[in-house]
Design a protein around this ligand. Structure first.
Ligand code: ADP
Ligand code: MG
Length: 696
């Protein structure tokens, strides 16, 4: 595919080709991201003004826009400077005034000749008991009444361009726009009653009523779907390309995993069983697995990962699991090694702390295939590490890893199957947008028997009370986390806050009762502090958000979050997930600084109301918008011009299914619809995707 299809040329011409757009206006628009007639068309009206003709303003309840035919009466130029120029007019049933400030008399005489009839439209107001329209939006001769649309679209404006100019330019962009062959599945289009692309554009730019501006209006829904489909096609192409990078078929026998399951004191949840079999099915095919395992904190992702790792070991290969921190890697080691030993296989750990001869020995064992499963930090992917037969890489808690690191994995020797685990539940629409190139398994069920975590909001002003309660709880043998605020995006400032709190709590609760971990500590100290807390030697662990992810201390049943108002909802949910892991009733106290803003309070209340991470993420999305939930920059989330991820979640799922189905039938996009889909990709500037087709 050599380049943009000719039929799209008018849509990608310079803006100055459009009526009423000179070089200066074009520049203004370009600064606002509107660079082509295509962009112009994709900028839909945000609202509309009802300008339907009425006989008189008499029944209008001011202030409101009215459009009437009037007979022009006398002009009253201002008698003193700074006063307005008034023109008396009469409609069929009443009289009122048109008011102009700083107007030139001769211009107004020409615009509004006394004795003649004109159509005027503008906002009717009452001033000093007299009805008036200040600076009418439209004044046209009766013969040109059609120039005032009954419902006038209002565009998002950029400084230096008027509504009229936007309207005119959009009209001419529409006139130049081609009709395009259909890329949408015909059944879907018929079911939704969607118009063709060009007709949809024309309709979207000529709303007849407010309802036409709704995202559910057919024209708009279609145009939004076009964007979603283009995005999902891109992801589907990426998925297809990565699956082609052939993995090895690893048929799990169940020999090892059954042994491990039999030794467990519990049974897997239905969700775990489902995820385990979805993964096993992927491992069996020679296509490369690229799967996301989404599960709330405590939903038991580790077991699913272990089953997957055992699956490739059963098939004669090796597996690796990468955790984002040293603490987590060690924790996985502690949790998984006994299970692995029980099954008769070798599990080792490798982190940045492995040095010299010990490290060399591990590398040798890996290369020989004597280590079956390796867990560790990103150190497991250092250049000199060679596996004998690596088949599966599990990446735990991936939100700490960049997408780039995910890619790096693929480059590690032969294409390995990849399982990414995330404990950050994100709304389905975002998951589809962000991870649409992956297949997704969801753990939407928690192991039974966990008591709910009681969550309360407490003002920081009541600190003394809180510390006193903590003292009592500690005396009762409970353990607590105390998380210190993220003051700035600065580890050093965080550390100071945590150290300060540590000193104070130690003074109150006693020497040896309180521990401290933060990101700036030497790793060995960090581990030691963690270990003391896990062993129950220290009762209170003061920490920065290093404990946010994954840490599992079942006896800890109290979570204090200082300045909870400074954390994101997802982060607070993560933190709370550190408690409620044992059988004891747990408490989470969200300490806030008064006064809380309205939205700040609402956010914290959501946490009090539910422990369902998916529900929390949906609320977070509704309150903050898509970009903020994930952080648009690193999320790879597309910026849609028309589609709205918050409101069109269901359509995103349809688009994904549709895109994958289209590619399954027509992998090279050669059919008529496939060709049309290529045009869509060009239209939506998905050049990355277009390159992926040519590879195929
Ligand atoms: P996460 O999804 O947050 O990584 P983990 O894998 O750490 O969760 O599991 C949390 C805890 O639940 C662990 O102590 C684990 O042993 C336990 N667990 C996992 N699956 C089950 C189950 N099916 N029934 C009971 N407990 C389970
Ligand atoms: Mg985990």
């Amino acid at each position: 595919m050599s380049g943009r299809p000719e039929i799209l040329f008018p849509l990608f011409a310079g803006l100055t080709k459009l009526d009423g757009i000179g070089p200066k206006t074009a520049q203004t628009l370009e600064h606002a991201g509107v660079v082509t007639p295509r962009d112009m068309l994709m900028t839909l009206p945000v609202s509309g003004v009802d300008r339907h003709r009425r006989a008189s303003i008499r029944d209008v309840v001011p202030p409101a826009v009215a459009t009437v035919e009037v007979t022009i009466g006398e002009h009253h130029p201002p008698r003193t400077r700074g006063r307005p120029y008034r023109v008396h007019v009469e409609d069929a049933q009443s009289s009122f005034q048109l008011v102009f400030f700083h107007a030139r008399g001769d211009y107004l005489q020409k615009l509004l000749p006394t004795g003649q009839r004109r159509i005027v439209s503008g906002k009717v107001e009452i001033f000093d008991g007299i009805a008036q329209i200040v600076h009418p939006d439209h004044v046209v001769p009766v013969a040109e009444a059609e120039d005032i649309p009954a419902f006038e679209p209002v565009y998002p404006l950029h400084a230096g361009i008027t509504q009229k100019a936007m309207w005119k330019a959009t009209r001419s962009a529409l006139t130049d726009a081609p009709g395009l062959a259909e890329w949408i599945d015909p059944n879907l289009k018929k079911r939704e009653g969607w118009p063709d692309w060009h007709a949809a554009m024309a309709l979207a730019h000529a709303p007849q009523a407010t309802s036409d501006l709704s995202p559910h209006a057919q024209a708009r829904a279609r145009l939004a779907y076009d964007e979603l489909l283009a995005h999902q096609l891109t992801l589907a192409l990426a998925r297809a390309a990565s699956r082609r990078a052939t993995g090895v078929a690893s048929a799990p026998t169940g020999v090892l995993s059954n042994k491990v399951l039999a030794a467990l004191p519990y049974k897997p949840t239905n969700a775990q069983t489902r995820a385990i079999s979805e993964i096993a099915a992927d491992l069996k095919t020679p296509l490369k697995m690229n799967r996301l395992l989404q599960g709330d904190v405590g939903s038991g992702k580790t077991l699913v990962a272990l089953m997957a790792l055992l699956g490739v070991v059963e098939a004669g290969g090796q597996g690796v699991m990468m955790a984002p921190t040293e603490i987590l890697a060690r924790q996985h080691l502690d949790g998984l090694r006994p299970l692995a030993e029980n099954a008769g296989i070798t599990l080792e750990v490798l982190t940045g702390r492995d040095k010299g001869a010990a490290r060399a020995a591990k590398l040798k064992a890996l290369a020989w295939g004597d280590i079956h499963i390796l867990v560790g930090t990103h150190a497991v992917f250092q250049k000199d590490i060679v596996f004998n037969d690596l088949r599966l890489a599990v990446i735990d808690e991936q939100h700490r890893f960049g997408v780039a690191q995910r890619m790096e994995l693929g480059a590690k020797g032969r294409a390995v199957d990849v399982l990414v685990m995330t404990a950050t539940p994100i709304p389905r629409s975002l998951a589809l947008a962000q991870y649409g190139d992956m297949d997704v398994s969801v753990l939407d069920e928690k192991p039974p028997g966990r008591p709910p975590v009681q969550t309360a909001l407490v003002s920081i002003a009541r600190m003394d009370e809180v510390v006193e309660k903590l003292r009592k709880a500690v005396a009762d043998g409970r353990q607590a986390y105390w998380v210190c605020p993220l003051v700035e995006e600065s580890e050093v400032v965080d550390m100071t806050a945590a150290e300060e709190r540590f000193k104070r709590l130690r003074a109150t609760l006693g020497e040896g009762v309180v521990g401290l971990v933060h990101g700036q500590m030497p790793p060995a100290d960090k581990d030691a502090a963690m270990a003391r807390f896990v062993a129950g030697e220290t009762k209170v662990l003061v920490a920065t958000t290093v404990i946010e992810v994954g840490v599992n201390v079942p006896n800890a049943s109290i979570m204090m979050v200082e300045h909870a108002d400074r954390f994101g909802l997802a982060q607070l949910h993560q933190l709370r997930g550190r408690v409620g892991r044992g059988t004891a009733a747990s408490t989470c106290l969200l300490l806030y600084q008064s006064p809380l803003s309205e939205s700040g309070r609402r956010r914290l209340e959501i946490l009090r109301e539910t422990e369902d991470g998916f529900a929390i993420s949906e609320e977070d999305l509704a309150m903050r918008g898509a970009g903020d939930v994930i952080g648009t920059a690193q999320s790879g989330l597309p910026r849609f011009r028309i589609a709205d991820l918050e409101r069109q979640a269901a359509q995103m799922a349809v688009a994904q299914t549709d895109a994958r189905a289209l590619l399954a039938d027509d992998p090279k996009l050669e059919s008529d619809r496939g060709q049309a889909a290529r045009t869509l990709l060009w239209l939506m500037e998905q050049d990355k995707a277009i390159r992926l087709i040519s590879v195929g």
